[in-house]
Design a protein around this ligand. Structure first.
Ligand SMILES: [Zn+2]
Length: 474
């Protein structure tokens, strides 16, 4: 066989210029890579590093072989020469988001209910394009698909974040046909082990299980070093904390602790009791203290609870991504809801929850965030993750804290905070370059320019452009 010297030379050159630890990517992935050089300098950026510490203006950040190796004030660092330099003047650098209530399905509305439709090809890449470098699914409708997507991403064959895949929603009955996984008296341990062996790394329990179920689930999961989260209803927050649950979804919005005479092990509507619950109510403060004592993390998910009136038809600027038939549906749902009594109640519930979440945080409670792309179908992966940051500011968090909630806190919950979750020397180069100053306008969060995952820089706009008009189709 005759060896083409030009080809050999090209390979040698590539070996020197590309990240030496870089993995191979399929064309589906490499088409969206802007840079994967072994040394990259982001020059003169405004840095919000995810630690909750003060903003750092004019920072040079050096990425080397997928790691952050140097950070310093522009002009003070000894920078390597002849490497890729990205001028970040007037731009903001953040850690990649670590969000904990994500899904690979879309909640397609139908007759006041919804059908969970898997967005296997679009959602993972949209999460990444928005800056999510790590996510946990909080409930899987097609757990096998979720695992396959995770593996394809890890193998460089598909675009997306690193995924902590959860079990299917552990549920006995309910109004969503696809969310029921336990029947009769099957062995919960065998059921969980089936998923753990396949690669599931988190457990999600749902509305209608018993305390006896939860006790078993926690024992089995914890024995395998796996954490349990729940969107509860039949079990109160206090009961779940007592049983040792790790995480509760939807902050206080799913608490049935304040329903008078709640029957044990039965799901009841807690909406009214929450509308009357102020952030300084002694009953609530008592529960908050108990959750803190039991080290229970709350995941704050404002997106699916966002009211309609005076808001975008499809929040986060996601209208452009929807298939036309869905956009029509969203407009109809919006028109039916604006300026209604229901929506003013929704607005009240939304505002009250913001105050309760701030209070929990102020008392030292552990908070993480996630988007939960369900609700009435207007929470769209990626777009909603950026919009969540806007809503954290609306909630009243200072920008440094908002970014920490969306980055470090998620990493800490997942036990990966030594590797990712902040922009600090030694960590993986998981970070976001925003084309604008986030302190000037929080809406600049929508101007994602590059997303680095393991030091590989992806072109955010190109990814978003590739899914326009496709959501609801795949
Ligand atoms: Zn969910």
């Amino acid at each position: 066989m005759k060896i083409n010297l030009l080809v050999v030379w090209a390979i040698v050159l590539m070996a020197f210029s590309k990240n030496s630890q870089a993995q191979e990517f399929s064309k589906r992935v490499s088409d969206f890579i802007e840079t994967q050089d072994s040394v990259i300098i982001l020059k003169n950026a405004l840095l919000i590093d995810g630690t909750g510490g003060a903003l750092k203006p004019h920072q040079d950040i050096v990425l080397r072989n997928g790691r952050i190796t140097d950070i310093g004030t522009a002009g003070e660092l000894q920078l390597p020469e002849n490497v890729t330099v990205i001028d970040a003047t007037g731009k903001t650098v953040l850690p990649g988001f670590v969000m904990l209530h994500e899904h690979l399905f879309y909640a397609k509305p139908f007759d006041n209910n919804f059908k969970a439709v898997h967005m296997t090809h679009t959602f993972p890449k949209m999460y990444l394009a928005a800056g999510v470098t790590t996510m946990r699914t909080a409930g899987s409708i097609e757990a096998n698909s979720d695992l396959n997507v995770k593996n394809a991403i890890n193998a460089g064959k598909a675009l997306g974040p690193t995924i902590d895949v959860s079990t299917p929603h552990v549920e006995r009955e309910g109004f969503i046909p696809q969310i029921q996984s336990l029947y009769g008296d099957e062995d919960i341990e065998k059921w969980l082990d089936y998923w753990f062996v396949k690669g599931v790394t988190s457990v999600k329990v749902y509305n209608n299980i018993t305390k006896e179920d939860l006790k078993k689930i926690i024992a089995v999961a914890h024995a395998r070093n796996i954490k349990v989260t729940g969107h509860l209803c039949s079990i109160t927050y206090r009961e779940a904390a007592e049983l040792g649950i790790d995480n509760l979804e939807h902050s206080f919005m799913a608490a049935t602790d304040f329903v008078a005479d709640k029957p044990e092990n039965q799901c009841v509507n807690g909406g009214r009791s929450l509308l009357e619950l102020d952030e300084n109510d002694p009953k609530l403060l008592d529960l908050m203290k108990y959750l803190i004592e039991k080290k229970v993390t709350l995941t704050y998910t404002p997106n699916p609870f966002e009211p309609f009136t005076d808001r975008e038809v499809v929040p986060g600027g996601a209208a452009e991504a929807l298939a036309p038939y869905l956009l029509d549906q969203m407009q109809t749902i919006y028109d039916q809801n604006i300026a209604t009594k229901d929506d003013s109640l929704r607005t009240l519930a939304f505002r009250k929850e913001m105050k309760r979440v701030l209070k929990f945080h102020e008392l030292g409670g552990k908070l993480t965030v996630g988007t939960d792309p369900t609700g009435s179908g207007k929470t769209i992966a990626g777009y909603s993750n950026r919009h969540l940051i806007e809503m954290l500011i609306e909630t009243g968090f200072p920008i440094e804290e908002a970014i920490k909630l969306a980055t470090y806190n998620g990493a800490q919950y997942l036990g990966i905070e030594k590797e990712t979750g902040t922009v600090e020397v030694g960590k993986k180069a998981d970070l976001i370059l925003i084309d604008g100053d986030l302190t000037q306008a929080i809406s600049n969060i929508r101007k994602t320019e590059l997303v680095f995952k393991n030091g590989v820089g992806f072109d955010s706009k190109k990814i978003f452009d590739s899914v326009q008009g496709k959501i609801g189709l795949d």
